[in-house]
Design a protein around this ligand. Sequence first.
Ligand SMILES: Cc1ncc(COP(=O)(O)O)c(C=O)c1O
Length: 360
Amino acid sequence: MAQVLVTRTYLPELAEYTALLEGIWQRGQVTNNGALVQELEGSLAPYHGTEQVLFAGNGTIALQLALRALDITGEVITTPYSYVASTTTILWEHCTPVHVDIDPVSFCLDPARIEAAITPRTQAILATHVYGLPCDVDAIADIAQRHGLKVIYDGAHAFGTTFRGRPLLSYGDISTCSFHATKIFHTVEGGSMACHDEETHRKLRLLRAFGHIKDDHFLAGINGKNSELHAAMGVVMLRHMPAILERRKAQWARYAEVLDGSGVQLARVPAGTDFNHAYFPVIMPTEAALHALLAELAKEDIHPRRYFFPSLTELPYLSAAGTCPVAEDIARRALCLPLYHVLENGTIDHIAARVRAHAR
Ligand SMILES: Cc1ncc(COP(=O)(O)O)c(C=O)c1O
């Protein structure tokens, strides 16, 4: 069996990509809001539920720009169960991350615990739609409204998921996405920011490009742009998204079928969610079972990943992170199984059988 990693980048036929490169060469414009960036932003609108979508250099800078655009300078309530970037971006913006524990079923920030963490310095909630499944967006919106807080969703995994008929990337004051090569939709490196009002859109756009338009300087911005070559990959990828989403749905169902009744905790898809099947997480009964499974699969050159480990409360450079026992426990037992378009059914069955064997 060939090496099996947790994911594999979807690469379209080279000719499809080079056809767009020819246009770039003809126009001679390779960056700075070129034709393909504009085309991509237009095509991304239905996936974000708003016309106010901006293509960014990556999902990390998108989060930083979101915090900046909303003038967040104080405490940000956030999840300890996410990729490290959702906490480090808060630190890079000189804000204070305040970790609130997660719900053990949804793996997302537990709204029932948010209010106890609000202080006079709290300005925002930054929550991740973990594995592409929705946070409790109603409860979070309600808390935010009652306490005058902004809501930023880290939707790095959420591309293609809809909740109650709306793209998941349309919730919150700003929603960001990652288009990294490991993601379900990618532009090699890239990301997006989506918002719903002209002022925030204008600010994000300015901040993304050094804060000036020609010789008029408005804000201290940064370089958060992306190029025509990256946009070209996105334009091509969008053509394949329906097939990619279909394929993953079938693969996900296959894992779920084999693992049904095995005793490992699987992700639960909330009612009203049309899920993108971006990841297939399993929560092993113990950390020892996880290590035993990893060791056995490694011998066969199969490599699931510990998404997300450690809990972000356990980052060595966070001095006063507090503790979030649910996230810390889940983080020790969670694995994402390999899932990508060319993963064969036989391999899925094989991996699922191995997981089953370690489930008790
Ligand atoms: C939850 C989450 N947030 C943020 C990021 C950062 O995105 P990027 O790698 O595009 O900077 C990632 C992905 O790597 C992620 O998984």
